[in-house]
Structure formats: C-alpha cells, structure tokens
Design a binder for this molecule. Sequence first.
Ligand code: AMP
Length: 284
Amino acid sequence: MTLILRDKASLRAWRAALPGGQRLGFVPTMGALHDGHMSLMAQSRAEADVTIASIFVNPLQFGPNEDLSRYPRPIEADIAKLEAAGVDALFLPSVEDMYPAGASTLVEETLVSGPLCGAERPGHFRGVTTVVLKLFNLVQPHVAIFGQKDAQQCAVIERMVRDLDVPVDIRRGAIVREADGLALSSRNVYLSPDDRAAAPLIHQSLKAVAAAYEGGETDTARLSAIGMAILAQSERISPQYWEVRDPESLGAITTVGARGALLAVAAKLGTTRLIDNLVIGGQG
Ligand code: AMP
C-alpha cells in the first residue's frame, strides 16, 4: 500500500519514524503520471530502500498566462499507478500547507536558470528551486531522481544542491518517449490530433542535428539552423528556441568541442508548449 501523506505534519512524522539505516529515494512530480514518471520511480526503487513520490502542482513555477488552472489532476489514477509500482509513500500537500500566507522567501539560482526556458518563462526556475528546496527539507531524502526530459531543471537543481550544500544525491533518469519519438509529457493530452501528428518533428529535429554532428558539423549556428529547418516542415509548430549549449552551464558556445553539447528545443503547438533535448558528444 502506498501511504498517502496529505500535509507537512504527517510527512514529518513519517520521516522521523523511518529507521536510520534505510536509504530514502524521492521523486518529485506535478502528477498526471505517465511512463516517464514511472521510470523515475523504478530508478528510485532500484537505488533506495524506501521510495516517496510527491504530487504538487506548484503555483510558483507557473507564469500568469500559463496552464496552472487547467493542468491535469487525475489523482485517483495517479495513486493507482504509484500503488502498482510499489512506491511506499506519496506526499500530496495542499497549496495552503506548502505556502502559508505571509511566506516571503524565494530560492534563486542565477546562472543556469537564465537562458532557454528561463528566458521564455521569467520566474519559472525560481518557483522550481523554491519548491524543490522546501521538499528536500521536508522529505530529507538521500537520493532524488529528476528526468533528463527537463535538462535545464536538472542542471539548475544540481547547482542549487552544490551551492547551498544540500545533503542529497541528484540522479537523472533517461527520457521516455512514445514509439514515434515524442517525449512523454503530462501536457501531451492538450494536443489536438493534427498537432499530435506534427509533434514527432521535434524529436526528429534533434536526431537530424545529432546526425549532422556525427557527420562532422560542429558549428552551433549551422546545427541550430538544421534543427529549425526540420521544425519548419509543419506550420503547426512555432519554435521558441532551438539551441546548442554547453552541457553543464548551458552557456552559449560557437562550436561543439570535447565537452559535447546539449541540444535543446522548445516549441508551441497551438497553445501547448513542448520541450525536448538530446546530449551529443562529450562523455554521454
Ligand atoms: P513533472 O510532473 O512534469 O514536473 O515531472 C516530474 C519529473 O518527471 C521531472 O523530473 C521530469 O523531468 C520527469 N519527466 C517528465 N517527463 C519525462 C519523460 N518523458 N521521461 C523521463 N522523465 C520525465
């Protein structure tokens, strides 16, 4: 049985009662769980003795014109998936419990958060780092698993943990995709049939650029142009960015060198914003 902890007090009591020798793994989510989330649960179960997930649609990381109110919240189905996966506990707090009136402290990473989604979504990563640090303080996990799907989020959280000496190991889980390459996302349910049919071009653009790199092209402007040209095959896709970046700092680079690069893309299909990425070269 997955134990459901609906407020901070019951979470704290549960955490305090965990035997000292038990390694605790943590998978934070916003719910609407799919196989991408579940792969992170499996990774936590493999790495830790006890696994706790959280479901919290964090208002702080949504912009004023984003999809906070319509974000999918199929909580009963989510709980069934966590049960089936053998997840030990679910932290399911309310907004009021997480953000009591008068809260006036925010956590901000100031470098890695800047470009890409940070530029498109002002305040988004400040919302993420604030809620993730709060969750780390409450859950006190030994290890926390985040999806490579949100590569910039991973990089920002790794920085925060390093810079603030947070005692947790961060692991990245590989991107889980549909058969046609579309990265699984809770937001895919918003796509109209025509937009869903066009969406695999996003992954195809990443693969085309990886192939061009393998073929010897290292100029980042030319690589981005190749990716953009693939997205241009569908007028339903409005690219927000198609960038080739340093894999760790996410800083701009002009050529792909020994460190390799992160290929990162964000695009809108109708009102739905999708992101995807691929690591090329380097150790990966
Ligand atoms: P979210 O519920 O969208 O906040 O995502 C919760 C966690 O699941 C984050 O660490 C995401 O990066 C991860 N995640 C989302 N989609 C995928 C996917 N397709 N493959 C692997 N992990 C994912």
